[in-house]
Every structure is written in C-alpha cells, then in structure tokens.
Design a protein around this ligand. Structure first.
Ligand SMILES: [Zn+2]
Length: 251
C-alpha cells in the first residue's frame, strides 16, 4: 500500500468512528446511593455503594471509548441526577447510543452474575422490573405520561437496542465469564424509564451483584473494572462497525 493510500485509509477510519457520539450514564449518584452493601476485608465488613462502583466503571468505559468516539458522561462526580435530566443530556449531546451502568442487588445473597438489559415491554419479566430500584424517581402523573412515551419509543428503538445489548453482552461474556468465574445471566428485556426517556438505542448493564460477598470482592477490583470496561468498549465497537457507512440512518 502506498503512503498516500494508507493516509487516506487511516483518515477515513478515523473520521467515520469519530462521527458517533456515545453517552455513558453511571447509575444513581448524590443522595441516591442505588443499592448498598458490605464487603469483607478479613473479618471486617465495610460499606459499599452502587453509585460509586457505577461511576468507577463508567469512567473507565469512557476512557477506552474516547480513543475512537465522541464520548460524554451524564455525571463525572458523585451528584444527584434525575432520570429525566439524564435523558436531557442525551438530547443535548445528540447521543447515538446510551449506556447506563449499574450494579445489581438481591435479597437472596446467593444471586450472582452479569446481565444486560435493553428496552422492551413485551415480556412479563420486563414489567416486573418497573418496580425496581432503577425506576424509583418517577411517580404519579409523570409515570403515566412516561408510560405512553415508553410504548412509542420502544417500537422505534427495540431492534437497535437489542442488537447493541447482544454485541456488548457477547464481549462481556468472552472477557469476564471465565476470567472471573462469573455467571452469565443473559441479555434481557426490561422496562427501564431511563432507557425509554433517552429515545435512542440504549442499554442498561448490571455488572454483577453487590449483595453477594464473593462477587463484590471481584467487582470492586481494578482488574475486574478494567476488563469489564474494555469488554463494553469492544462490544460497542462490534455493534458500530457495521453501521459506519449507514450513518445517519442508525435507527
Ligand atoms: Zn442501579
């Protein structure tokens, strides 16, 4: 390949991946801790919060994606942010993709594993998720309005969101499952309003269970967070690879 062709090739690839904007959303923040739990250091038990873990992982994902894409965070520090405000940011930065980062929790201590959600309401399991901690700041009238909005948004974005979730989950499974001996809970439909409100291809990651002592001892390590973040970045790249020539008709 001549130097001229090589430069042209590099410029083309550079500009085409840079034309995508990705918004990463660390769940909760500020007064909203998300799930809370304890981790063990020897015989001592120390508190741990979902909002802090989510931010740590999101910052790593952003760093990895920044090499190839326009990337933004809904929050880069510990501050309160409503679901509606997160959606507003998606609008403001004109995000192509929205990635929300969370850590799971269960009253059953043995629950474990990673899972990836996309927005859909055509499933019983998805509807049950409505009452979960992830939707807690929408009530009353706003709830009803957003329910209607959700139905409309789902039809428009479900295919893209499912494709994005599948790509990312595939790379998470590849990098994380064996290395950290974690359970693959799969790609699932979920009715998360933060995904609906963003009105664009969006997914919600549950990296593992904060309520499981064994699992949280893995999730809080730099090694896990780096590996997980790289897997998410790889999955996004895998998904966007086919879309580069199709932009702006991403939907
Ligand atoms: Zn959460």
């Amino acid at each position: 390949m001549s130097k001229f062709i090589l430069i042209f090739f590099l410029l083309f690839n550079f500009s085409s991946t840079w034309s995508f904007t990705i918004l990463i959303d660390p769940g909760h923040g500020g007064e909203d801790d998300g799930a809370t739990g304890l981790y063990k250091v020897g015989k001592r038990k120390l508190p741990i919060k979902e909002k802090d873990l989510a931010l740590g992982i999101a910052l790593r994902i952003k760093k990895k994606l920044s090499k190839n894409y326009n990337t933004f965070l809904t929050r880069s520090v510990d501050r309160s942010l409503t679901l509606a405000k997160r959606a507003e940011i998606a609008e403001k930065v004109n995000a192509d993709l929205f990635i929300s980062v969370h850590i799971n929790s269960s009253t059953k201590r043995s629950s474990n594993g990673f899972e990836t959600y996309y927005l859909d309401n055509h499933d019983d399991a998805a509807v049950k998720k409505v009452e979960s901690i992830e939707n807690k700041d929408l009530e009353g009238e706003a709830y009803i309005i957003d329910k209607i909005l959700t139905d409309l948004v789902i039809d428009r974005t479900v295919k893209s969101s499912k494709g994005l979730a599948t790509s990312i989950h595939k790379t998470i499974r590849k990098r994380v499952k064996g290395k950290f001996r974690m359970v693959d809970r799969g790609v699932k439909p979920g009715l998360f309003y933060v995904l609906a409100l963003t009105k664009r291809p969006a997914i919600l990651l549950e990296a593992g269970f904060l309520s499981n002592y064994k699992e949280i001892s893995k999730i809080r390590t730099r090694k896990f967070q780096e590996t997980y973040a790289q897997a998410v970045a790889d999955g996004i790249h895998l998904y966007l690879k086919d879309k580069i020539k199709k932009k702006p008709s991403l939907f």
